[in-house]
Design a protein around this ligand. Structure first.
Ligand code: PLP
Length: 403
């Protein structure tokens, strides 16, 4: 006799609490809404994403197609092809003054995001608190929470140029804090940690025995006199720092998905276990392109940064003319983080207004944590013409509201 069929529980009953309570990425949500409006025939300008408006340089594209045509279409070593791990170690030595072992100190991942996710799974568990200076990139806190830990915001002050001080860190510290997550140049504020900040942060990490996750994704996108220093170069920090980086931003390779984590082999070997059981390896021929990107000509980066610098200035000059709007010149990355506190509008309402009335998609600052409220993030990695048009429309929408 066959047993009676059991009724299927409501779908929500199958979803883990971990995921049910997780909000989708707010930046991707902005882009999705913009795409939907475009599909309805509305002429939306999307300044919500974080994607360079340049195509990957030809010599890098060729490296991938050549590798593919030569039959490099198979699984490769889980941690990455040796040539790429060596190119990454060489890049870290030359650009950052950091020594890592290409055999045991690097894991190549499909995007820097995956490297951060694997590290979260490796080092975070229930009972572990992670300090995250805010405003912060939208995926850090969800990654910590998915791994069962608690994200502890370290709110920074826009009136102090988002400076990260020992006092900020000390007031957020909990007895369960084990990790400090840094991101310089920062998404969304563009802040580049200076030597004084780095010194204070390093001594704080050493005093409290913390592991540091250093997300250096935007290290090549710097303006004016700003320079990038990895916290791993400070005394005593190499042993406790994991460096996260990738090729998405500097080489206009967002769609290729190529990133890495580098650091002390004892930590990296643990991450490798998560890596091998999740993605196996990053795409074989994409890794070949990565070797050529890192070891080939780098002048392309300067050309992109010059274009973004021009747009950074143009956007700030135009937005600063609007009543109640303050658009400081950012130090790095390719986002304007516009202060609208004086307009009295919450950031979600302002972003909605711009989408509905101006057909310009931007990200509300609160998506980057409570400290980002009163701000809007606009990507200026968009063509000069579109950006000019977008800023014009923003001016009209804000002007109409002020009138
Ligand atoms: C601060 C920061 N870290 C990491 C990433 C991940 O980049 P990817 O996965 O494309 O390497 C991004 C992407 O927007 C970012 O802004």
């Amino acid at each position: 006799m066959s047993s009676p069929t059991k009724t299927l529980a409501p779908m929500s009953g199958f979803v883990s609490d971990r995921v049910r309570t997780l909000a989708p990425s707010p930046t991707l949500a902005v882009s999705d809404r913009a795409r939907e409006m475009k599909a309805q025939g509305i002429d939306v300008i999307d300044l919500g994403g974080g994607d360079p408006d340049f195509i990957t340089p030809e010599h890098i594209r060729l490296a991938a197609t050549n590798a593919m045509n030569a039959g490099e279409t198979h699984y490769v070593a889980s941690a990455g092809i040796p040539a790429l791990r060596e190119a990454i170690a060489e890049k870290l030595r030359v650009d950052n003054g950091i020594t890592v072992d290409p055999r045991g100190g690097v894991v190549v991942t499909p995007g820097g995001k995956q490297a951060l996710f694997e590290a979260a799974l490796t080092f975070v568990e229930p009972g572990v608190d992670v300090l995250i200076p805010e405003p912060a990139w939208v995926s850090y806190a969800p990654m910590v929470e998915l791994a069962g830990g608690t994200a502890i915001p370290v709110p920074l002050d826009p009136d102090d140029n988002w400076r990260l001080t020992r006092a900020n860190l000390t007031s957020a510290l909990t007895p369960a804090t084990r990790i400090l997550l840094l991101n310089s140049p920062n998404n969304p504020t563009g802040r580049v940690l200076d030597d004084r900040e780095l010194g204070d942060i390093a001594s704080f990490a050493l005093d409290h025995g913390l592991l540091v996750f250093s997300d250096e994704m935007y290290e090549k996108i710097l303006y004016d006199e700003n320079r990038h220093t990895s916290i791993a170069t400070l005394p005593g920090m190499a042993e406790r720092t994991l460096i996260f980086n990738g090729l998405s931003k500097a080489y206009a390779m967002t769609g290729w998905r190529l990133g890495y984590v580098a650091g002390p082999p004892a930590f990296i070997q643990q991450i490798e276990k998560v890596h091998s059981h999740s993605v196996t390896c990053a795409t074989s021929f994409v890794q070949r392109a990565g070797v050529v990107a890192l070891s080939g000509p780098q002048n392309f980066i300067d050309e992109m940064v010059q274009a973004w610098d021009r747009r950074r200035r143009a956007v700030a000059a135009d937005l600063n003319l609007l009543p109640g709007v303050l658009c400081p010149l950012v130090e790095g990355a390719f986002y304007a983080f516009v202060d609208i506190r004086k307009t009295g509008m919450p950031s979600v309402a302002a972003a909605d207004l711009l989408l509905q009335e101006a057909h310009v998609a931007v990200t509300p600052g609160v998506a980057f944590g409570a400290a980002g409220e009163g701000h809007l993030r606009l990507s200026f990695a968009t063509s000069d013409e579109l950006l000019e048009e977008a800023v014009d429309r923003i001016g009209n929408a804000f002007g109409r509201r002020a009138a």
